[in-house]
Design a protein around this ligand. Structure first.
Ligand code: 5RP
Length: 220
């Protein structure tokens, strides 16, 4: 097993302390979250159910016998656990490398507490080295791309990828993101954008970062 994967497991393990008995938990998407789901197999008896951000995570949860509940039927989500592509010191994130950003953002909005789990490579000074994913309605692809160029980015169509919502992803390169909240709002104003992968209006509440020197935890 490579070192990065080992760190993902350690971050996932450190998040287990946020799971309380008989609650509905929110579950994100990605390889770090897959480590977390794997660890849940010893805790299924105390989990009431899960709200999932993707078809892939749903399949993994159901394989463990955890009931996956429609978000509209969940009165509350005390804790949401998800990974990230980048986090800065304000716990503002870039997410969506796996293309599940819109559902992830919806669950994060509903959750009381958002616990982000990551290996050390995800912690950055300034957001934007990782191309910013944007979910777009297919017919708006070219228009949205032109508007993103006006904002200073270089959008690249993620070929061959369709989101769980039937939409496409534009990955925006070369954005140095110093005012994440403002940019998040600006991009979401472009007609045809479902949402973008900046999680600044609703950042994480806790970042569990697994490093070579052990777990570091940052809180808002
Ligand atoms: C999926 C995401 C993931 O959380 C993000 O891409 C990190 O993935 P990984 O844990 O595989 O590095 O936002 O849409």
């Amino acid at each position: 097993m490579d070192q990065q994967h080992q760190l993902k497991i350690e971050a996932a393990r450190a998040a287990l302390k946020y799971i309380e008995d008989d609650q509905i938990i929110g579950i994100g998407t990605g390889s770090t979250v897959n480590c977390f789901i794997e660890l849940l197999k010893d805790h299924t008896h105390r989990i009431k159910g899960a709200v999932s951000s993707s078809v892939v995570s749903t399949q993994r949860l159901e394989a463990l016998g955890i009931e996956v509940i429609d978000l509209n039927d969940a009165a509350e989500i005390p804790v949401y656990v998800d990974g990230t592509d980048e986090s800065n010191h304000n716990l503002e994130l870039i997410k969506g490398g796996g293309g599940a950003l819109s559902r992830e953002k919806i669950i994060a909005a509903v959750a009381d507490t958002f616990v982000c789990i990551a290996d050390q490579s995800k912690y950055v000074e300034t957001l934007g080295d990782f191309p910013l994913p944007i979910e777009v309605l297919p017919m708006a692809r070219s228009y949205v791309a032109r508007e993103l160029v006006k904002l200073g980015g270089d959008p690249v169509y993620r070929h061959g990828f369709v989101t769980d919502n039937g939409n496409i992803i534009l990955d925006v390169h070369n954005m140095e993101i110093t005012q994440a909240k403002i940019l998040e709002e600006k991009i979401n104003q472009i007609t045809g954008v479902v949402t973008n992968g900046l999680f600044a209006t609703r950042p994480a509440d806790h970042l569990i970062l697994a490093t070579n020197k052990g777990i570091q935890e940052y809180s808002k």
